[in-house]
Design a protein around this ligand. Structure first.
Ligand code: GTP
Ligand code: MG
Length: 345
């Protein structure tokens, strides 16, 4: 774009920064087809101050954006929730996975769970809009998650045959923030979603596993990040760990490299089990295509199995089995095991 051309770029939408970065805020690739592009900026009058504003009849509705930590803490106090932290480098598919979980319920109940509401519908819809072809983009394009505090997406689900609902709180944070803990593990202490997560979900980018130059990085990112979480005390022994291969469609499209990519994923899984089995209640692996860009996988393939794992009874509510240690003292009294603590020491 030359200087003269740049001088004429304008948009009627005051939020759109197309003149600065060349990107339409609505994600439309063909700028000429945007109804606001090229038109004069629309100036909207500032709203009147509360003192001078006339009361408007009607009901004020609560927001429906992704939730911040404070709202999440209130929700955790008031209803049963399964918290899921989704961890992975930039572009590994974290936000697409969240959109994919919401998308599953567009067709009706899923695996014995019925959708019963959400207080973050706008954010879900926005994430889904980006991943759907209906957004008129040639390929689905996801807005990058901004660095900063994690935000939470909320789903209320009712299991078959139950009256009560169980909420899923899916945490979204930028990949940059998660990767920074590899060099500064102490940062993970401030990641609220990790302390409270019932399931920590780490992503292996399938596209990177196809690339011989990038596949070692995938393993390092997973193992070094988990190590940093564990060393900083951010994880809990009752947590479950899901290791997820994303972009399954791309892996299948990888012609001769597909098999190798899948084997690499299995090797990563073996390493994770070796290093972290004693730090988590359970470790399971999944293959998913949350937002496929080719017909090699169905949209949402593998997501039902992952959702089932996320929604399983939280292990934090299950009793911890303490191994019985028989004392090896020479005197008979010394061999008596201490009574289990009743909490009133
Ligand atoms: N081929 C393929 N691409 C996918 C799939 N899921 C996500 N992607 C693409 O991967 C890119 C990154 O996805 P995001 O969900 O934004 O990744 P992220 O981990 O949230 O990235 P950050 O927010 O930047 O940390 C986007 O262009 C998606 O369209 C999939 O199942 N298959
Ligand atoms: Mg994201």
């Amino acid at each position: 774009m030359d200087v003269t051309e740049e001088a004429f770029v304008r948009c009627a939408n005051p939020e759109c920064k197309v003149a600065e970065n060349g990107r339409c805020i609505e994600g439309i690739a063909d700028l000429q087809s945007c109804t606001h592009y090229g038109k004069a900026l629309v100036i909207v009058d500032r709203p009147a101050s509360p003192a001078t504003r006339k009361p408007v009849p009607g009901v004020s509705l609560p927001g429906a954006e992704a939730m911040a930590r404070g709202d999440v803490q209130l929700m955790l106090r008031n209803q049963p929730c399964n918290v899921v932290a989704i961890v992975g480098p930039v572009g590994s598919g974290k936000t697409s996975l969240i959109a994919g979980a919401f998308d599953l319920f567009q067709q009706g109940p899923v695996d014995g769970f019925s959708f019963a509401g959400s207080s973050t519908l706008h954010s879900f819809e926005q994430a889904c809009h980006d991943t759907r072809r209906a957004s008129k983009q040639k390929t689905p394009m996801m807005e990058r998650t901004q660095t900063g505090d994690a935000t939470f997406f909320h789903l209320d689900l009712v299991p078959d045959g139950c009256k009560g609902k169980r909420s899923a709180l899916l945490a979204n944070r930028s990949g940059e923030d998660y990767m920074e803990v590899q060099t500064t593990p102490a940062l993970a202490e401030q990641f609220f979603e990790l302390h409270r997560a019932d399931t920590i979900t780490v992503l292996a980018d399938g596209k990177h596993l196809l690339d011989s130059g990038l596949r070692h990085q995938v393993k390092d990112d997973i193992c070094l990040t988990l190590r940093a979480f564990q060393e900083s005390g951010a994880t809990r022994p009752w947590q479950r760990l899901a290791v997820v291969l994303t972009k399954l469609d791309a892996v299948r499209e990888g012609a001769g490299k597909s098999e190798r990519a899948l084997q690499n994923f299995e090797r990563i899984l073996e390493d994770v089990r070796k290093q972290f089995t004693q730090h988590f209640r359970d470790i399971q692996s999944f293959h998913v295509a949350a937002s496929p860009q080719s017909p090699s996988a169905d949209r949402g393939e593998g997501m039902v199995e992952l959702l089932r794992y996320w929604m399983s009874e939280p292990a934090r509510l299950q009793p911890v089995s303490v191994p019985v240690v028989i004392p090896t003292a020479a005197r008979s009294f010394g061999k008596l095991a201490p009574l289990a603590s009743n909490g009133h020491e």
